[in-house]
Design a protein around this ligand. Structure first.
Ligand SMILES: Nc1ncnc2c1ncn2[C@@H]1O[C@H](COP(=O)(O)OP(=O)(O)O)[C@@H](O)[C@H]1O
Ligand SMILES: [Mg+2]
Length: 232
């Protein structure tokens, strides 16, 4: 693996076993991700996008295949190390924000570092820096109910980038947002990519979102059917 290669996956397969049938959600997927890329993953519903992102984000494990981040084989890591790696090195944004209702924006973000044993000042400083990057530096004390859908998603992005992860994953981050608000989220992601060099992998189903990305990977029935550099 050369220096710019951040992630390498090879022949990745993921089968789900239900009662009597086996669903082959990923059928042998291989690609590499270079530092600084902003990748969109597209494909029809059920094509395996979420399955792939969850494996890349170390939330789920492949049935077969290789997954290497920065020369480290993460498939074979013991469970505790995998979890630690995920929480400290990777960022993940969910479609439905997954914020804690009772906590302010800054608390939603700083809690992770506090739980890890970092001191309060450092944790809050980190959270503020992340909120400022997504343009919410002045709304740090608001709880989720006092924020719009787009603002909630920006808090979720801030939480995902607070520890400066090697890579940021986002699963349909604009799915619940109108076009104008989606544009704001995509602008935030684009700025994180261009200004801070954040590597990003985003699942989306809106073709116009690809205007913001540098590469497009298309999935169909658990296989890559197209992988194109768009710009940059
Ligand atoms: N936990 C699960 N158990 C059984 N089948 C699943 C599970 N998760 C996803 N699948 C199936 O795997 C395929 C891919 O799903 P998914 O990765 O969620 O697709 P996408 O995100 O592209 O819509 C679908 O056929 C889906 O029904
Ligand atoms: Mg999905």
């Amino acid at each position: 693996m050369d220096e710019k290669t951040l992630i390498k996956i090879k022949n990745l397969e993921r089968y789900y076993k239900t009662d009597s049938i086996i669903v082959k959600a990923l059928n042998g997927v291989s690609f590499e991700i270079q530092k600084g890329e902003f990748i969109a993953i597209m494909g029809a519903s059920g094509s395996g996008k979420t399955t792939m992102l969850r494996i890349l984000g170390l939330i789920d494990k492949p049935t077969k295949g290789e997954y290497i981040i920065n020369n480290l084989n993460v498939v074979d890591l013991p469970e505790e190390e995998r979890t630690y790696y995920r929480l400290t090195q990777l960022g993940y944004v969910f479609q439905d924000y997954a914020l804690i209702k009772e906590m302010s924006a800054v608390e939603n973000i700083s809690i992770l570092s506090l739980m890890e044993g970092k001191n309060k000042k450092e944790s809050i400083g980190e959270a503020h820096e992340a909120l400022t990057k997504v343009g919410l530096g002045d709304k740090d004390k608001r709880v989720p109910d006092e924020l719009s859908g787009g603002e909630k998603q920006r808090v979720a992005v801030a939480r995902a980038i607070a520890k400066k992860p090697k890579i940021l994953f986002a699963d349909e981050p604009c799915a619940n947002l109108d076009t104008h608000t989606s544009e704001q989220i995509l602008e935030v992601l684009k700025e994180l990519n261009q200004k801070y060099g954040q590597t990003i992998v985003m699942v989306t189903h809106e073709p116009w979102h690809t205007r913001y990305v540098s590469r497009l990977i298309q999935l169909k029935d658990g296989l890559i059917v197209s992988d194109k550099k768009l710009r940059g």
